[in-house]
Design a protein around this ligand. Structure first.
Ligand SMILES: Cc1cc2nc3c(=O)[nH]c(=O)nc-3n(C[C@H](O)[C@H](O)[C@H](O)COP(=O)(O)OP(=O)(O)OC[C@H]3O[C@@H](n4cnc5c(N)ncnc54)[C@H](O)[C@@H]3O)c2cc1C
Ligand SMILES: NC(=O)c1ccc[n+]([C@@H]2O[C@H](COP(=O)([O-])OP(=O)(O)OC[C@H]3O[C@@H](n4cnc5c(N)ncnc54)[C@H](O)[C@@H]3O)[C@@H](O)[C@H]2O)c1
Length: 191
């Protein structure tokens, strides 16, 4: 019989789960779109990631109670705005329920007219490619259509339920390893 581990617990509540998940530091995005009256809407979202290079896909997970998600689904496209460390207030605005979250936010239209929040680190306009079930969230896969310009600034980070900023905007050694990894064409021999 395998020895019993002295570590970990399989009895936890939602608060303990959030505390554990909060140890994973992420960036912050605001996912935006236009409603049926062409009014901009959006919500703050940390559950965003690049999913695939070929084809270029991204992923994000809105709560099933999100009021922005049905608008994105109806429009069929959205913009991922990657926030800079100067945009903590933007995150707070889009991270709470509100009637007109764009009332105090400067934005410009993307080529397809989608809302791009001004002074973000970068943005990507996507079409909704697929939607899967993810518990109390949807798992949304988007196909990247247009890339915005990149601002040389620091990212806004979300960690332990609070905001952080990096000291240095570029971390080169990890970048080099990542480049080697994504350009690796020697098969799966590392597995
Ligand atoms: C840094 C950060 C990261 C986040 N990451 C994610 C993420 O990855 N995925 C995610 O889904 N959310 C995330 N959130 C939370 C999300 O941004 C907020 O819940 C946001 O308000 C959702 O906006 P919405 O427009 O989709 O829905 P909202 O209209 O804001 O509704 C959100 C919830 O509030 C309720 N609500 C709306 N209006 C009222 C009202 N007047 N009175 C009472 N209740 C009301 C709705 O029923 C719903 O349950 C994040 C928040 C922050 C700050
Ligand atoms: N994925 C999400 O839906 C998500 C993520 C982050 C924050 N939020 C919401 O934003 C508000 C502020 O968050 P906070 O960091 O102070 O709370 P928190 O301290 O409870 O969150 C810590 C971590 O728990 C996870 N988390 C929190 N709420 C979640 C949810 N509804 N679904 C899935 N994972 C969740 C996230 O990884 C977050 O970093 C809360 O209302 C929270 O529900 C939602």
């Amino acid at each position: 019989m395998a020895p019993q581990s002295p570590y970990g617990t399989d009895e936890f509540d939602s608060r303990q789960f959030r505390t554990a998940m909060g140890q994973f530091c992420t960036g912050v995005t605001v996912i935006t779109t236009l409603d049926a009256d062409d009014k901009p809407v959006g919500f703050a979202c940390q559950s965003f990631a690049a999913l695939s290079l070929d084809p270029p896909l991204v992923i994000f997970c809105p709560m099933k109670t999100s009021r922005t998600w049905p608008v994105i689904e109806a429009r069929g496209s959205f913009v991922v705005n990657v926030l800079s460390n100067r945009q903590q207030q933007v995150s707070a605005t889009f991270g709470a329920p509100g009637q007109d979250k764009f009332a105090t936010i400067d934005w410009d239209p993307s080529p397809a007219g989608m809302p791009v929040i001004r002074d973000n680190l970068t943005w990507v306009e996507c079409d909704v490619e697929a939607v899967n079930d993810g518990g109390d969230h949807h798992i949304v896969i988007g196909r990247a259509k247009v890339l915005g310009e990149v601002l040389q600034d620091k990212p806004l980070l979300f960690y332990r339920g609070g905001y952080l900023s990096t000291e240095h905007p570029r971390v080169t050694p990890a970048q080099e390893e990542l480049e080697n990894f994504i350009t690796w064409n020697g098969g799966d021999t590392w597995l």
